[in-house]
Design a protein around this ligand. Structure first.
Ligand code: KE4
Length: 429
């Protein structure tokens, strides 16, 4: 595989098409995947792994789901792309708006980033205000205005968090702290009538998994109402994963705009954003907020997405099953750490979980950052050697799919116990 990585690095930055895949955060070379099936992935040397990345969330039914494969193969025979309306797009939009609360209309795009970028433009167009509040540790794709970190005068100033992002872009994005409602209130007070929207991952899954504390989301809803700002739920990860209605349904909190990605494409490049009619009617060609995309609503991607979402809609018991499997995994990991007296924090919600190598309770970015990323890297690499493929970075999530079995979970727990004992014997803790 090293030879393949050497070739890749000659013609792609870091040898990858997305940074996290490079395994740079875990200090080793990436594995190259040849194929996947159910809960397993296979590298080009035919090593088998139980997969807890699941393509970063899309593969909730497992890899190579027969019905999706069948529907995609059928769609391919009819042509790959027309750049014109198709019935499948109508079916997809009807499906999403029928199961996701507070969404009357939806627009397909091709990635989560594009969904967020469009939602932010829409929020600014609807409110005629410029500033956006996001949260430390939340990731919303790579649109310029989202690659921003708190500046010195954090209440009114932010700085770019990437080369190439201008101060002009950064200045309209303000940074609050997850689970700290007062940090949001202070920003509203310091930027009176300038905040168009607050964007949040209703469950943060890009600083590892961090759950919203009781009433945090409800308080955020009230703050947005009090200050005439829109609440954007970035449900690229939680959408159709926490429940069929996503985080709005799961937490019973109403968002004004919701962004989607991952699961709605069934593994194909699909994103979307949706809102109530009066907001969405501002989108071109109806209204003055422009947004477009050659491959948006692509018939092959719609075939995969519609099949995945309708399978979830018709088999809602899947949600309980994958949550129970994740529970068994989380409880087993905690039990082992307790028995070995190893400081580990395991956060879990639905079929999402994360192992932090810290003795702290991880409830925001600050506590997430207390995790020992070197220990995580050692754990990751040893688990990989034992046939378990975790996220190749501490500040990511583990995903359980409907293809995972009790046997997979037991194997994972056995491997984790063996690895943690080995690490402890080597004096890692
Ligand atoms: P994409 O543009 O990568 O489809 O979606 C961006 C995005 C937006 N919002 C949330 C909450 C997200 O988690 C993401 C993308 N997630 C990462 C994994 N943490 C994608 C993996 C990668 O970057 O390669």
């Amino acid at each position: 595989m090293s030879e393949l990585f050497e070739r890749a690095k000659k013609v792609m930055p870091g040898g990858v098409n997305s940074p996290v895949r490079s395994f740079k955060a875990v200090g080793t070379e990436p594995i190259f995947i040849k194929r996947a099936d159910g809960s397993k992935i296979y590298d080009v040397d035919d090593n088998e792994y139980i997969d807890y990345v699941c393509s970063w969330g899309p593969m909730i039914l497992g890899h190579n789901y027969p019905l999706i494969e069948k529907e995609v193969s059928k769609a391919v025979k009819g042509g790959l792309s027309f750049g014109a309306p198709t019935e499948k797009e109508v079916i997809m939009a009807e499906l999403i708006t029928s199961v996701v609360p507070n969404i009357d209309m939806v627009r397909m795009v091709n990635s989560g980033t594009e969904a967020v970028m469009s939602a932010l433009r829409l929020a600014r167009g609807f409110t005629k205000k410029d500033k956006i509040i996001k949260f430390n540790g939340c990731y919303h794709g790579h649109a310029d205005s989202m690659l921003v970190r708190a500046g010195s005068g954090a209440l009114t100033l932010s700085n770019p968090d990437s080369l190439g992002v201008t101060n002009e872009h950064a200045k309209n994005t303000l940074i609050a702290d997850y689970n700290d409602i007062d940090s949001v209130l202070q920003l509203f007070k310091a930027n009176k009538n300038e905040i168009a929207a607050v964007i949040i991952e209703p469950v943060a899954a890009n600083m590892g998994v961090v759950l919203p504390e009781k009433d945090f989301l409800h308080k955020l809803r009230k703050l947005c109402d009090d200050h005439n700002a829109l609440l954007i739920f970035d449900e690229v990860i939680t959408g159709f994963r926490l429940s069929i209605g996503g985080a709005q349904e799961f937490f019973d909190v109403k968002a004004d705009i919701v962004t989607f990605g991952k699961i709605i494409g069934g593994g194909m490049p699909v994103g979307a954003y949706g809102a109530r009619r009066e907001i969405m009617e501002l989108i071109a060609p109806l209204g003055g907020v422009y947004q477009a995309g050659t491959l948006s609503g692509n018939p092959i991607a719609m075939a995969a997405g519609v099949t995945q979402l309708s399978t979830l809609q018709e088999n809602k018991e899947i949600y309980q099953k994958i949550s129970m499997l994740a529970e068994k995994l989380a409880d087993g990991l905690k039990k082992t750490a307790m028995e070995l007296k190893i400081p580990i924090c395991v956060n879990k919600i639905g079929s999402l979980l994360c192992v932090f190598f810290t003795g702290e309770t991880v409830k925001d970015f600050k506590t997430a950052k207390t995790s020992n990323t070197e220990l995580y890297a050692r754990y990751f690499n040893l688990m990989l050697k034992n046939g378990i493929y975790l996220a190749p970075a501490q500040f990511e999530a583990m995903f359980v799919s409907n293809a995972h079995s009790e046997e997979d979970i037991n194997k994972t727990l056995e491997a984790s116990q063996k690895v943690l004992i080995d690490m402890k014997n080597e004096g890692a803790f």
